[in-house]
Write a protein that binds this ligand. Structure first.
Ligand code: SF4
Length: 377
């Protein structure tokens, strides 16, 4: 299986918390679309298998016109072997999803929308400097559900000033729309973001980890009570609606990522493109790939598998650890995991190591304690 990820590095305005790669200067949009198409052609031999998912991420892919989206999808079809009815996802922001745009998209090959709602309340949206307001958020979901079955929305918890009642109301609104998938993330304060600066200046209070933890468990309880499966720490889907793109990534499948800052994985090597729009366009136009490559050591692959495995319902298979990494790794994992099993944060079931409900929120820290130190570098 192969996936294609297209990074569209433009946004209308910068959200205060964001450290993804994007530019608010849309002048170069046309040249960027041409460059991304050219990169798809340059790298066509890298997809070792049939393409099953195509994912437009960003940035804000919904700043592209319908023609630009269709042109890029057509470029994939022209140069890669694509399965019948692949999952094709477009990340979109509510302020781009007019009724007209939703209808146009529903007539395009896009068959899954991922809408960046983040909150249904203006106070939260303003604090995060989102480009949309609460009524646009509701209107666009309402309209999108008329044309798309497969919709996911993003919601953020742990926002300063958002108490548990407002968080519950946010989740309830999402449930009322009958959506089949929800992704939800804790607000994190990344270095050098506007959010970090306004917290330092005291304009808004710092994020409260305890509140974020409480809100995470409110989310898990409310969504599980409505038939969602928490198949990855931040992702909740109804049966048949898990993200194929993300699931392939968590299961260690290969993917080709194009566009500035996009990452790729071929089973052994990780690579990533330069995070600079003008340099990316210039290099690609010259027929050069602005890409750095890192070959993963056995220890890197073990550490990645432990991290992604513990974050998902598929867990870490002890048999796979022994088969792929050897008994030294297996013994190390069992030894390191012992205290977390004793504390009820991890559990062993059917030969798999999994995070318990209590351990879920802490899973990144626990996983890093199970990492092997990389002696091969
Ligand atoms: S729209 Fe998304 S990518 Fe763009 S600034 Fe906001 S969070 Fe970042």
């Amino acid at each position: 299986m192969s996936g294609i990820y297209l990074h569209i590095p433009f946004c209308k305005q910068a959200c205060h918390y964001c450290d993804f790669h994007f530019s608010t200067q849309l002048r170069k949009k046309q040249a960027m679309v041409q460059a991304i198409a050219k990169e798809l052609v340059l790298r066509k031999s890298e997809a070792d298998d049939v393409v099953e998912t195509i994912y437009f991420g960003g940035g804000t892919p919904s700043v592209l016109s319908n023609e630009e989206i269709e042109f890029l999808i057509q470029t994939v079809y022209d140069h890669y072997k694509v399965m019948d009815r692949p999952e094709i996802t477009l990340e979109a922001n509510p302020d781009d999803l007019s009724s007209h745009q939703i209808i146009q998209l529903s007539n395009s090959p896009i068959n899954r929308l991922s809408i960046g709602i983040q909150s249904f309340f203006d106070e939260d949206l303003k604090l995060m400097n989102r480009a949309h307001n609460a009524s646009e958020a509701e209107k666009c979901i309402q309209e999108a559900t008329e044309y798309f079955d497969n919709i996911t929305i993003d919601l953020i918890y742990g926002i300063p000033g958002m108490d548990n009642d407002r968080w519950k109301a946010n989740i309830q609104k999402a449930l009322d729309f009958g959506l089949p998938h929800i992704s939800s993330y804790a607000l994190t304060v990344e270095p050098r973001t506007a959010l970090q600066k306004i917290i330092e200046k005291g304009v808004v209070p710092d994020v409260d980890d305890e509140q974020a933890q409480e809100q995470f468990y409110i989310l898990v309880d409310m969504l599980e009570a409505h038939g969602f499966v928490n198949y990855e720490i931040s992702n909740f889907g109804k049966s048949g609606f898990f993200s194929k793109n993300n699931t392939a990534y968590w299961l260690g499948k290969s993917y080709v990522g194009v566009g500035p800052s996009a990452h790729s994985f071929d089973g052994k090597n990780r690579s990533w493109n330069i995070r600079n729009n003008p340099t990316y366009i210039k290099k690609i136009t010259e027929g050069l790939l602005p890409t750095e490559i890192e070959t993963l050591s056995q220890t890197d692959r073990y550490n990645e598998y432990v991290m992604t495995g513990l974050r998902t319902i598929w867990g870490v298979s002890l048999e796979k650890i022994e088969k792929e990494f050897g008994v030294t790794y297996l013994d190390y994992l069992n030894l390191q995991a012992q205290k977390y099993v004793a504390q009820g944060l991890l559990q062993l079931a059917d030969g798999k190591l999994l995070a318990t409900k209590k351990g879920k929120f802490l899973v990144d820290g626990i996983a890093s304690d199970l990492f092997m130190v990389n002696l091969e570098k």
